[in-house]
Design a binder for this molecule. Structure first.
Ligand SMILES: [Zn+2]
Length: 724
């Protein structure tokens, strides 16, 4: 089934690529980045009402439900001129730009010491009571009684619930764990039988049956393919961090990566989608969600197991790699947010039970979800990989492929990344100390930049949202032995790349062959970073939707109020059509100058922008959510209030060398709507005096929690303000 899918996807890609190239020459072209004018006062914005009194809806720093990705086909864009060689250039952004000052909040290092202390620690698989910490958890007049140990298992058929399957005898000093124990909870009590502390230990154990299977796989693969190298691979992601924010908020970690570990950073790494899932799916499978759609509808009723064959860890397992995955929340991960997760463990070491159990433990978590007792939750992930490195990392015949993605610390507010610098820095130091880096490649990445909040609303944030970071760390000897591979990678540092390319690189690492590698072709959506990426690669060719493409220059032009209104209304009209209010009478309140060439039909549809249904989005709502929750337009119309344009907040002209000679201009437009004070951003292509259309996706860039709970569909939610 999977081979068939892959072939189909390849064919689809070729077709789509061709179509896109024919249709959409532009958007991702540009020249050296230009800084926008600083102050809002420089803006010639159209304001229908004063915004001064509006509440700031964006600073709450709360978790918003991520809307699904919209894929749009843009019509009418002309074939790029062949006269000028094109090169994608990201706008220059200074991570320490003073304009960001009000959007940034520097948090002190994460301090979990005020949380309930962890009394038990592990040493060589022996659980030991730390008597010196007992006074931290005992109330006056009560004494320590005993501890006990429990094994945690996932509940059958569930990736979100656990059960306790075994309880040890009580102990007051130490307890040797059984060799079969993998997920341990220790619980200690006082003399009043009250629980005073719990600790959770995910353990890497050598499993005989697994080892037999993997060693057989490895031998078979090595015999037939004689791989030149067998490298363990550790892929570590942090949610929602731009490369600029990583530089700002985690300087110790970043410097250690670059200076002590020799990491190589890709400078033009562009996200592929708004939300986590699509980005990490590309990195782990080389595919978009839509490409799985024919065989698999992922939603809240189907497990991800159905496509586990497509994940690179399955490939790794087949050639003898120990595979591991660790995700740090029970319901917010890419595979569990509005999805069911995995029914069967997708990898050999699927750390899940302790995360679920620990997350629900009120005694140990208190109100701070980033701490699990007196250690940070992220440290649990790190400890797991340190165990993996120590257990398997030193022997080249026992490779591992490990993937983890941390939502914790950065998910609620990316400024909290400042808290995590010390935690990550210490992890890297500990990793180096395992002496396993000689056989290991580390991929250090984020999925996308900030999606909401004060940073996102700045000029820098507009760019940062599309520029996640990625670093590659190779063993110290690797460059000496394979100088050509590294020199190519270094050329590619300045070439447009994405998660699709990382996937191909991971494959190259798994099936390692060092010979001369052909340069990448423009027709290839994913190109291994060990092959030279063409300089002239465009976002379309790289599979990056135009609305997320960071190439090109953004500048502000002195546009007329009428034109800005027109662009804003184009977005509004599209949004209203998503929620069943196309042609709604709300547009009648919008009045253009009588001198305008463009017309508004009062109480009727908005005519100046020439919409045609052929360019209407092809969004993937029904893929990304329970298909039964998708409501027909008429029902949405009843549930969601029509939106009215409150202001055109910002308009950037996207400079595009390829389209310079053409009349069509591309604008990146941000509008504020009411009710709900939603901020929306989208691209509008406009041909003066003629026609225009919204190109690609429209995204909500401020939070909407509490506004859209009447609809389930994550994609519709961003546009819906529920009628009370
Ligand atoms: Zn994310």
């Amino acid at each position: 089934m999977w081979k068939r899918m892959r072939r189909r996807a390849r064919e689809g890609r070729r077709k789509r690529g061709r179509k896109r190239r024919e249709k959409d020459g532009g958007q991702d072209s540009g020249e050296a980045g230009e800084k926008e004018e600083a102050a809002d006062s420089a803006l010639n914005v159209t304001r229908l009402k004063s915004l001064n009194s509006l509440p700031d809806n964006t600073a709450a720093g709360k978790v918003a439900k991520p809307p699904a990705r919209v894929i749009a086909t843009a019509p009418g864009a002309k074939q790029a001129s062949k006269a000028q060689p094109y090169e994608c250039i990201f706008p220059a952004t200074d991570p320490f730009d003073p304009q960001l000052k009000s959007a940034l909040k520097v948090y002190p290092p994460l301090d979990c010491s005020k949380h309930t202390a962890n009394i038990v620690y592990l040493e060589n698989f022996v659980a030991k009571v730390n008597h010196s910490k007992l006074s931290l958890v005992l109330s006056d007049g009560y004494n320590f009684s005993h501890c006990r140990c429990k094994e945690i298992k996932r509940k059958n058929g569930s990736d979100k619930d656990v059960k306790y399957t075994w309880t040890s005898e009580t102990f007051t000093d130490s307890l040797a764990l059984e060799p079969w124990q993998e997920n341990i909870m220790t619980e200690c009590f006082d003399t009043k039988k009250r629980a005073i502390s719990r600790s959770y230990f995910p353990l890497i154990r050598v499993k005989n049956e697994t080892e037999r299977f993997l060693k057989k796989n490895y031998k078979k693969y090595a015999t037939h393919n004689s791989p030149l190298e067998t490298l363990s691979i550790l892929v570590l992601g942090i949610d929602g961090m731009s490369k600029q924010h990583f530089e700002r908020s985690m300087p110790k970690t970043r410097n250690f990566l670059l200076e002590k570990m020799g990491a190589i950073e890709m400078y033009k790494y562009n996200k592929l989608a708004f939300e986590t899932f699509t980005n990490v799916l590309a990195l782990l499978t080389g595919h978009t969600p839509e490409e799985f759609y024919k065989d698999w509808h992922y939603n809240q009723t189907e497990f991800v197991d159905q496509i586990n064959e497509a994940f690179i860890w399955t490939d790794a397992r087949k050639i003898g790699y120990r595979t591991g995955m660790m995700l740090d929340t029970y319901n917010l991960t890419a595979f569990h947010y509005q999805k069911k997760g995995f029914k069967e463990s997708p990898v050999d070491y699927y750390q899940r039970q302790t995360v679920i159990a620990s997350e629900r433990d009120k005694l140990m978590r208190g109100n701070d979800s980033n701490c699990a007792g007196d250690i940070s939750e992220v440290t649990q992930i790190h400890d797991y990989w340190l165990q993996m490195a120590r257990t398997f990392g030193k022997d080249r015949t026992t490779p591992f492929f490990a993937y983890s993605f941390a939502v914790r610390i950065t998910h609620d507010d990316c400024n909290l990344a400042y808290e995590g610098d010390d935690v990550y820095y210490k992890f890297l130091q500990d990793l180096v100390a395992t002496d396993s880096l000689d056989n290991m490649v580390i991929v250090w990445f984020s999925d996308h930049g900030p999606r909401f909040g004060p940073i996102r609303e700045t000029y820098n944030g507009r760019i940062e949202t599309s520029t996640p970071y990625i670093f590659f760390v190779f063993p110290p000897w690797f460059e000496r032995k394979y100088p050509k591979l590294i020199s190519t990678l270094k050329i590619n540092q300045n070439r447009l790349s994405s998660h699709f390319d990382t996937y191909e690189t991971l494959r190259d690492l798994l099936y390692f062959k060092a010979g001369e590698k052909p340069s990448g072709k423009l027709s290839e959506r994913g190109i291994s970073l060990f092959r030279e990426i063409p300089k002239e690669r465009t976002c379309q060719q790289a599979g990056i939707p135009s609305e997320f493409c960071a190439c090109g220059r953004l500048s502000r032009l002195n546009l007329t109020n009428q034109l800005q209104s027109l662009l804003g209304m184009a977005l509004l009209d599209r949004i209203n059509s998503f929620i069943g209010h196309r042609n709604s009478s709300t547009l009648s309140s919008f009045v253009l100058s009588k001198n305008s060439k463009h017309t508004i039909n009062e109480g009727n549809s908005f005519l100046p922008v020439n919409f045609s249904d052929s360019n209407v989005h092809r969004h993937s709502t029904d893929i990304l959510s329970d298909s039964t929750s998708r409501l027909p337009s008429e029902q949405l119309r009843k549930k969601c209030s029509p939106l009215t344009l409150l202001a055109v907040e910002r308009v950037y002209h996207v400079t595009n060398d390829q389209l310079q000679s053409l009349k069509t201009k591309t604008y990146r437009v941000t509008i504020k709507t009411t009710p709900g004070f939603g901020l929306f951003e989208g691209l509008v292509n406009y041909e003066p005096g003629d026609s225009g259309y919204v190109m690609g996706d429209i995204v909500r860039i401020n939070l909407y929690r509490g506004q859209a709970e009447c609809v389930q569909d994550p994609w519709v939610r961003q546009f819906c303000f529920c009628v009370k």
